[in-house]
Write a protein that binds this ligand. Structure first.
Ligand SMILES: Cc1cc2nc3c(=O)[nH]c(=O)nc-3n(C[C@H](O)[C@H](O)[C@H](O)COP(=O)(O)OP(=O)(O)OC[C@H]3O[C@@H](n4cnc5c(N)ncnc54)[C@H](O)[C@@H]3O)c2cc1C
Length: 387
């Protein structure tokens, strides 16, 4: 058993860390407060090749292993979690294309997605269905060489930049179980009837846009059906979600690490009753608990990532990593805030941003309630097989 990063992974982490120190940290606080889109950071990430981290090298991507991808999300989230969100659904959509796209779709989209010249995202959630994806109502009806798509997608990150947006639709709403009638369409910008209807206001996760998207009779060419075969959409999405859960777990670890760093620095400098508050045992208990939970979260995340790198399906492992790490992110951001006293409540200090960003981690890529049921089901199936 080896708990160390390889030399390449460790050197790569240093490169990303320096990038975050140079390009993200100096502007994160101001731009987040202003609600400004981080265009310059996005350009710098593209120059580093980060939009191609989950794209195979044969299409011009970095083709990184899952542990290195986790490192990217962790390090960027220490600087500003919202920026990691720009890469999140893009990388997930790239995985989907790389795993399930037809050779023609891969040739058409992956090289430009690898460089960031094209960007992408995932459109699953609807106003009436999120966790229950089989309950979506967006309908794609075949019309000669096209699909006519009717429906609304909600909470879509990167919607204004995604080209194509990977949209989950029902190609056959009559079939049972419903997932057999679900497919993914690659919907390109400029498609008549496909538009962003509004940006959604958010507690945190500022930086990337999150939007409502309308498909009102949008005409999508049939050769934009992911993989070219109808009825496989939900399985395609679920196969990629395990990597998405590792990305959210890693973002949570990074956010929690930053909370601990800020809490340690503040507690060393804040004097109360004649001594730094870090001298008080109650504060030390908080710091020790935070550090211990973060270490556990990081190990769980890297372990889940290495299961994927070893070629296994890792739904349960990635679910455990995301469940645990996101709860750690919430606890650590709250503890860091309390250690800051009134300043933790001030918009002048970074810690309040961590507190606003952390709750998204328990919702995205499967809520923690749903993940508990995914983990439990996989345990029960395994014990049944073994008995
Ligand atoms: C900032 C942000 C960005 C997002 N980006 C994207 C994106 O890019 N693309 C995209 O497709 N979606 C995106 N989402 C949507 C996100 O994936 C969904 O919000 C999430 O899947 C939950 O769906 P829901 O909000 O409809 O909640 P619901 O499914 O309505 O759930 C509501 C509550 O009920 C619980 N619940 C539901 N079913 C069960 C059950 N069977 N057992 C126990 N509890 C249950 C849930 O855990 C939750 O607590 C984003 C959301 C946010 C907030």
């Amino acid at each position: 058993m080896d708990f160390e990063l390889t030399r390449e992974q460790s050197e790569f982490r240093d490169v990303v860390r320096r990038f975050v120190a140079r390009e993200i940290r100096p502007v994160a606080h101001k731009w987040e407060q202003e609600g400004r889109y981080p265009s310059e950071i996005v350009e710098a990430m593209a120059e580093m090749g980060l939009f191609g981290m989950s794209v195979p090298t044969s299409f011009g991507g970095l083709g990184l292993d899952m542990v290195s991808i986790a490192i990217v999300f962790e390090e960027i989230s220490k600087g500003w979690m919202g920026v990691a969100g720009v890469l999140g659904s893009h990388s997930l959509a790239c995985c989907l294309l790389a795993q399930h796209g037809t050779p023609e779709q891969q040739d058409r989209f992956l090289p430009a997605l690898a460089t960031g010249r094209r960007r992408t995202g995932i459109g699953l959630t609807e106003p009436g269905a999120g966790s229950d994806l089989q309950g979506i109502t967006t309908r794609a009806t075949r019309d000669h060489d096209d699909y006519i798509v009717q429906g609304t997608k909600m909470w879509i990150t990167n919607a204004r930049h995604a080209n194509p947006l990977l949209v989950l639709v029902k190609t056959d709403p009559t079939v049972h179980p419903p997932h057999r009638g679900m497919s993914v369409l690659l919907v390109e910008q400029g498609t008549p009837g496909f538009y962003v209807s509004r940006d959604l206001g958010k507690l945190g996760y500022k930086g990337p846009e999150t939007c409502e998207v309308v498909l009102d009779g949008a005409r999508v060419p049939a050769n934009n059906l992911l993989g070219g075969v109808e009825g496989r959409g939900l399985q395609q999405i679920l196969s990629a979600l395990e990597t998405g859960r590792i990305n959210v777990a890693a973002r949570s670890v990074g956010l929690a690490e930053e909370a601990l760093e800020l809490a340690m620095e503040y507690s060393r400098n804040r004097v109360a009753f004649g001594q730094p508050i870090s001298d008080y045992q109650t504060i030390q208990v908080k710091l020790a608990d935070m550090a211990t939970e973060i270490q556990a979260a990081r190990l769980l995340t890297y372990w889940a990532a290495s299961r994927i790198d070893a070629g296994y399906r890792a739904d349960r492992e990635s679910g455990m990593a995301k469940l645990f790490s996101s709860e750690v992110a919430i606890r650590c951001s709250l503890e860091a805030m309390r250690i800051h006293g009134a300043y933790g409540y001030s918009t002048e200090f970074d810690v309040e941003r961590l507190y606003r960003d952390a709750p998204l981690m328990v919702i995205g890529e499967g809520t923690n309630e749903i993940l508990r049921s995914v983990i439990a089901k996989s345990l029960l199936v395994q014990t049944k097989r073994e008995s």
